[in-house]
Write a protein that binds this ligand. Structure first.
Ligand code: AMP
Ligand code: ZN
Length: 112
């Protein structure tokens, strides 16, 4: 499913430019526009869904696939020394884009 008003769906569709580092039929990884670490990537499923709390078995399969791919993508992007994955769920976490995404942070020693 695609939401034409969603910024990350529009990045998937190429209507909004992004710095892509990896793409296949299920997922896209691109550079965060406001990096919070020396390396800050966002991994998204191409299928739109808003929140981790909307997870179901089919979406969980995609998430599993993404988690399987992320280590090799991280390595290709200079994160051999480690990285942190974050999923923000909802307002208290400060989620601002409502299309599920995994933050991949690294390239330096991260605070906390
Ligand atoms: P979150 O707070 O978890 O919803 O994170 C959303 C992230 O998306 C933030 O780190 C933003 O900097 C990033 N972001 C928003 N718009 C874009 C964009 N057009 N290209 C790349 N990253 C974006
Ligand atoms: Zn979307």
């Amino acid at each position: 499913m695609i939401d034409k008003n969603c910024v990350f769906c529009r990045i998937c569709g190429g209507q909004i430019p992004s710095s892509k580092v990896y793409e296949d039929e299920k997922m896209l990884v691109f550079k965060d526009i406001e990096p919070k670490a020396k390396v800050h990537l966002l991994a998204i499923p191409k299928d739109h869904f808003k929140l981790l709390s909307e997870m179901d078995c089919e979406r969980a399969e995609t998430l599993k696939y993404m988690l399987t791919k992320i280590p090799e993508i991280a390595k290709e992007n200079g994160l051999e020394n480690g990285y942190r994955l974050i999923i923000n769920q909802g307002d208290d976490a400060g989620q601002t884009v409502f299309h599920l995404h995994i933050h991949i942070l690294g390239g330096e020693t991260l605070p906390w």
